[in-house]
Design a binder for this molecule. Structure first.
Ligand code: HEC
Ligand code: HEC
Ligand code: HEC
Length: 276
């Protein structure tokens, strides 16, 4: 197992070195906050906020796990996370999932979505607590909800299901800090894949089999992996708006990686080794 981890770590460290070289170049034109905390020992280090897969929805603050080892390194152009010092940092066991019960507890981990939510603490406690707001939706039909639109701007132009689904198809009618399954039972915010899977069974199966979504960690059969859950990539309130690129942020491409030492150009890449 160690044999696998060491080259992976070395590769990852190379990646990190590249990023910091690029970061230094970028610093000339732009005062970036990409300097690793250690570099600014005399001044208080500026907080570096990165995102993992969906902008504004998967925020991660750069910090040091050990001297010189950051939890993440981020792109100076987009702030996207490019490299992980510890792929399991901030993760928790995924919890029970149908057909994944053979994976030992703790080998499949996720980053809890609840920690990224702005309003979850108020849902079902301060608001929607049975008293506030007064009244209760009589059915699941679409109606404008100005208060919610002000809080979550994407809800103003809700784009999911082409007019055939609405809030309470996903959010639990009486327990608003939970999602709702097909039987009216609750699903935790930290297991959104169970919610998406109730309508997108094919995608849930692909995700479970590893052909949709993303995992990082130890790439052996039994290795521990962090799974990215559906809303880490998809904005559930905005999956079908072409103008907004189906909820995916359009990212500026990263600069090409540095050529290995001694190589003058990348012309060799233009000659495929196997003719086709
Ligand atoms: C397709 C399912 C689905 C529908 C329909 C839906 N939501 Fe959501 N909603 C979600 C998911 C999933 C999350 C968690 C998103 C995440 O993890 O990033 C969420 C999160 C939220 C949050 C918490 C945001 C925060 O930052 O704390 C609010 C508020 C919310 N939804 C309101 C609504 C309202 C109001 C409607 C109807 C206009 C609605 N949702 C329709 C799936 C849905
Ligand atoms: C209540 C059922 C329901 C739930 C729950 C649900 N969806 Fe959907 N979703 C739909 C429907 C219906 C469509 C529209 C399909 C169509 O008409 O093209 C759709 C469309 C989509 C699309 C766009 C597909 C396309 O080709 O345009 C994505 C992506 C998507 N959903 C992701 C999710 C994710 C992620 C979740 C969980 C947060 C989720 N859905 C939860 C019903 C649901
Ligand atoms: C690592 C990011 C990532 C994760 C995690 C992820 N998806 Fe996707 N998904 C994508 C991308 C990228 C596409 C392609 C979007 C496009 O073509 O516009 C996609 C497409 C889809 C579509 C539309 C497929 C189609 O035929 O057009 C659905 C539905 C969907 N995903 C549901 C899910 C569900 C449900 C989950 C969780 C079980 C999930 N996704 C997890 C990135 C992700």
């Amino acid at each position: 197992m160690n044999k696998l981890i060491i080259p992976a770590l070395a590769l990852a460290l190379c990646g990190g070195a590249l990023v910091s070289v690029i970061a230094q170049d970028a610093a000339k034109t732009e005062a970036t906050a990409t300097q690793p905390p250690a570099a600014a020992a005399s001044e208080p280090a500026a907080e570096v906020l990165c995102f993992e897969s969906r902008k504004d929805a998967s925020k991660t603050t750069q910090r040091e796990l050990a001297p010189g080892l950051p939890n993440v390194r981020c792109s100076p152009t987009t702030s996207a996370v490019l490299w992980y010092g510890d792929p399991y940092d901030g993760t928790r066991p995924m919890g029970k999932m149908p057909l994944l019960d053979k994976i030992p507890e703790g080998q499949a981990v996720v980053k809890p979505r609840s920690e990224q939510m702005m309003f979850l603490a108020q849902c079902a406690t301060a608001c929607h607590n049975g008293v506030i707001p007064p009244g209760f939706p009589k059915d699941k039909r679409a109606v404008p909800i100005p208060t919610m639109e002000a809080m979550v701007p994407d809800l103003k132009d809700f784009q999911h299901g082409r007019g055939r689904i609405w809030c309470l198809d996903c959010h639990h009618p009486t327990k608003r800090n939970m999602f709702v399954d097909n039987y009216g039972d609750t699903i935790a915010f930290d297991q959104p894949q169970l919610l998406c899977g109730k309508c997108h069974g094919d995608k849930l199966r692909d995700w479970r089999d590893g052909i949709h979504g993303k995992r990082i960690g130890e790439f052996t059969n039994t290795g521990k992996k962090r799974w990215f859950s559906c809303p880490e990539c998809h904005n559930p309130h905005n999956v079908q708006d072409g103008a907004r690129n189906r909820g995916f942020a359009q990212l500026q491409p990263e600069p090409p990686p540095q050529l290995p030492h001694g190589m003058k150009d990348a012309a060799y890449e233009k000659t495929p080794p196997i003719p086709h």
